[in-house]
Design a protein around this ligand. Sequence first.
Ligand SMILES: NC(=O)c1ccc[n+]([C@@H]2O[C@H](COP(=O)([O-])OP(=O)(O)OC[C@H]3O[C@@H](n4cnc5c(N)ncnc54)[C@H](O)[C@@H]3O)[C@@H](O)[C@H]2O)c1
Length: 661
Amino acid sequence: MDEHRPVRLDHQQPGCQWQVGLEPTLVIHAAPGYDKSHGRNLTESGRGVIIASRLWPPQSLGSSDRLSDMAHDFVTVGVIGLGTMGAGIVEVFARNGLDVVAVEVSPEAVEKGQAVLRHSTDRAVSRGKLTEQEQTELHARVRCTTDLADLAECDFVIEAVPEQLDLKRDVFAQLDQIVKPEAILATNTSSLSATEISVATEHPRRVVGMHFFNPPTVQKLVEVVRTVVTEDAVIEDVKALTERLGKMPVVIGDKAGFIANALLFGYLNHAVDMYESRYATREDIDAAMQLGCGLPMGPLALMDLIGLDTAYEILDTMYKQGRDRLHAPSPIIKQMVTGGLKGRKTGRGFYTYDEAGSSKVVPDNLTPLEGGAHEGGLRTVRTVGVVGSGTMATGIIEVFAKAGYDVTYVARSEAKVDAVKVALAKSLEKAVQRGKLTDADRNAVAGRLTGTTALEDLAQVDLVVEAVVEDLKVKQALFENLDEICKPGAILATTTSSLPVIECAVMTKRPQDVVGMHFFNPAPIMKLVEVVHTVSTADDVVATTQDLCRKIGKHPVTCGDRAGFIVNALLFPYLNDAVKMLEAHYASADEIDTAMKMGCAYPMGPFELLDAVGLDVSLAIQRELYLEFRERGFAPAPLLEHLVTARYLGRKAGRGFRTYP
Ligand SMILES: NC(=O)c1ccc[n+]([C@@H]2O[C@H](COP(=O)([O-])OP(=O)(O)OC[C@H]3O[C@@H](n4cnc5c(N)ncnc54)[C@H](O)[C@@H]3O)[C@@H](O)[C@H]2O)c1
């Protein structure tokens, strides 16, 4: 994480303060009324705080009500349910020296869970992460059963049964009668109320949420969920246990989705909507988020990993609690679950896998043809024009020239032409010094470049990419000029990240030749290009642009002409949601950043990313999305607006959500 000093922002209301970026401890106290939706949905969502107000704060419990004051030293733990999560959780415990009693519903389910455990430890052995001796010992520590009564000796039991409130309450009610009075009971629920589950027992104070992330053997974060009645000693014990497992605990209040899922699932649902509306293919949606944001998996592949049935239940619970339409499960999820397409666990979800439980994707009828063949033939592109002299234009010029294209670039003045020349020479020199380019190559690349101030010099190029200022009027005037200058059949591309491509296309008499080519910054490094077709773009122009992207070493993803295209439309609402979560005092910026990095393996937390992108840029994109989709949930977070007004624009201003030296 970046070094930072805390920024303190005082809210105008007396007694209400927020602190951005300062977090000495990863503990948040949840109090009734802290989430406005608590109580409102008491009966229908099953997430109400039923006994909260009477018993808050937990410290007020009488001493006779307390569990043992001694810290627990766990020896034997129980895990209920050996599905996607349970099998992994068993492995985590057993790897860390704990004896585990694992309970499933039937001998077949036990066998399935054991097979998953065996497969996972075999892989660890083959990768040298576990010795055969350690593997044997690990398996010897795990005892599987179909009888809940076998948990009687456990000091700690966690359930990982399906995400259904009644089922979990039933399991806890039974468990309460089986285990010792001082044993701790944990739920791995992702979204259901730990409070609701806890009151199915006679001792809700010993119940806690312990939310592992998928896969539990890999992801470091564990959200430890404190209900209003969970005893402090229980929280301390579970924190210590989490640390003993080599994981990082974050203690939070009982709210649907906690930190990570509350931010993740709106984004996943939105990606499913994009897929369902055929805005882009599953492969393109996933590649866009991996290559554009550096995420470890695309959203649809992640849905398959999580399990569509589980994802449905999580979204449904979140929707019922917050009434945010963006959490209403996309209809196709329910259809797929009903049809048995639950993701990896059934061998089919958004993708098809070689067998149930496998991670290996196999081709199916939706798999695109290799290389994106186009029946109508492609246009010839040998020479390229680039208009602009900023960061993006300079990067794009370099990309084309390195790929062997003659590039004519147009800047507004001789000084700007020279500045581009110098910047390119510097970048190429760096490549030579790093051994990525030979001297001869560098000279060849430089030889392909021609700088000019005359747009007319683009008369004979096969493709023009414009990367001038993000101002519609400027771009429209440019397209009007290009239409007059360029030869018939030339492709005219804009690299706009937020303006409608069609607004540029209609300025020409050849809208069929106009396409979006959205490069990412820095263009020479980022692999992704969003190829944006308007309602007028000709098929061969799209196919030629896709082909060209591959030739210049980029990965094209194709989508329609909507605000945000794929990446920004999925990314910025998630960032905005993180700001709203901070503003609602549910968690600090550090906790939220940590949760997304440690729970979902994101390369950066949302606040690190917002500060890097710039808060003004982020706000502008979020506003575009809001205006285009008229989606209430896309309205920019007031805190983001205030920070921009205060000119706290992020790293570039030395101050954003954090302060930089
Ligand atoms: N899938 C994820 O990515 C993920 C991540 C974190 C938390 N969770 C949470 O973990 C829990 C389990 O989810 P999952 O994805 O592993 O589900 P899953 O459907 O893959 O597995 C659930 C398992 O529980 C078993 N089961 C059902 N009733 C049982 C009972 N009464 N006693 C014993 N076993 C029983 C089932 O046979 C099944 O094997 C849910 O609360 C879910 O929200 C899931």
